[in-house]
Design a protein around this ligand. Structure first.
Ligand SMILES: [Mn+2]
Length: 345
């Protein structure tokens, strides 16, 4: 088994076996796993679509462990990987919607090495994600502390609306002492971020009026109660005309604590009264299917707090559903990286 160089800023760990067009073979390993058994690098001629990336920044919290999430998500994904060891086509079958990921070009780029300091991790993550975005792949980033969203969004190249699934606004003003409670305020101050849409806020918290400040800056809020009552009927109001028309891209940031603790227990700041799995999935799918998504993250899953992989499997399934819904938008063919396919943005 050899370690491959998957680009500056990444720690490569993936062993690639022989490759052939449309059917990349990977060696299986009990310790070194990739998401859905996907390869580290695309085959020549593949269409660049989704790059799974771990951002192992553990945050500055009393309860460590979120930095271990990417590898647990990879491990939990193995039950959905092709049983014959191949990586393509991905044969996940959904009884309602058929083969969800058939035709999706996927790579697992490994993990971004993250220092245990927010300012250092910021430049490490931003640099690595910029490299992925430049190569034409949509970054699908698994945290890590939710702070990782800030450097990921900084690496995006175009105007974007940030769709923020979370129990909390993350809009405090304490970036040094509480990065994951404050980063969204800094995301909102980036010049290319048009607005933030907070989905799933709730709880009775000693965190000040971050929401009031956010709303005062033109952002939008939908509480968990309202989402559970009205669901995807709110889609037009959530997204707005610019994203629905494709004039503006979206970035989806998903803190697992938006889910009810019974659905996703393994997170450090859970709040009662969250979204059901079905509601979170339906909203995620509707948003990804209706807009031009240029990046996603799933954060704050702490494997040390999980049992029987309940939260890990929720995260794996939400990723599968979101990627399937966002499929095929604005990607380009590997081996022609400087030439975008005609008719695609
Ligand atoms: Mn949160």
């Amino acid at each position: 088994m050899s370690t491959v160089n998957v680009g500056s800023g990444f720690t490569g760990f993936i062993s690639a076996g022989g490759t052939s067009k449309g059917a990349i073979q990977l060696e299986r390993s009990s310790t070194l796993l990739t998401f859905l058994n996907q390869p580290a690098a695309p085959a020549q001629g593949d269409v660049a679509q989704v790059a799974f990336i771990g951002a192992c920044f553990d945050g500055l919290e009393l309860q460590p462990g979120v930095g271990e999430a990417p590898q647990h998500v990879r491990r939990a994904s193995q039950i959905y990987a092709n049983s014959d060891g191949t990586s393509q086509p991905i044969t996940i079958f959904n009884p309602a919607r058929g083969y969800l990921l058939d035709g999706i070009g996927f790579v697992d780029r490994g993990d971004i090495a993250c220092a245990p300091r927010a300012d250092v991790a910021l430049s490490q993550i931003q640099g690595a994600i910029a490299e992925v975005v430049e190569s034409g792949w949509m970054p699908l980033v698994v945290g890590g502390d939710h702070f990782i969203t800030y450097p990921v969004v900084r690496a995006l190249k175009e105007p974007v609306v940030v769709i923020h699934f979370d129990a909390h606004s993350d809009y405090l003003d304490e970036l040094q002492s509480c990065p994951h409670g404050s980063f969204m305020r800094h995301v909102g101050e980036l010049a290319h971020v048009k607005r933030i849409v907070h989905l799933g806020m709730r709880g009775n918290l000693q965190t000040g009026d971050g929401i009031g400040l956010s709303l005062g800056r033109g952002n939008a809020l939908f509480t968990a109660d309202r989402l559970m009552a009205e669901g995807t009927s709110l889609l037009d109001e959530i997204l707005g005309r610019d994203t629905l028309a494709g004039d503006c891209a979206t970035y989806v940031s998903f803190d697992v604590d938006v889910l009810d603790p019974w659905v996703a227990p393994a997170t450090g700041t859970h709040e009662p009264g969250g979204l059901s799995y079905a509601m979170a999935r339906d909203l995620l799918v509707a948003i990804c299917a209706s807009t031009r998504v240029i990046g996603m993250d799933f954060t704050e899953f702490n494997p040390r707090l999980d049992w029987n992989d309940i939260t890990a499997k929720v995260v794996v399934n939400l990723i599968i559903e979101a990627v399937a819904a966002a499929r095929g938008k604005g990607r380009r063919r590997i081996g022609a990286a400087s030439r975008k396919e005609s008719g695609q943005s």
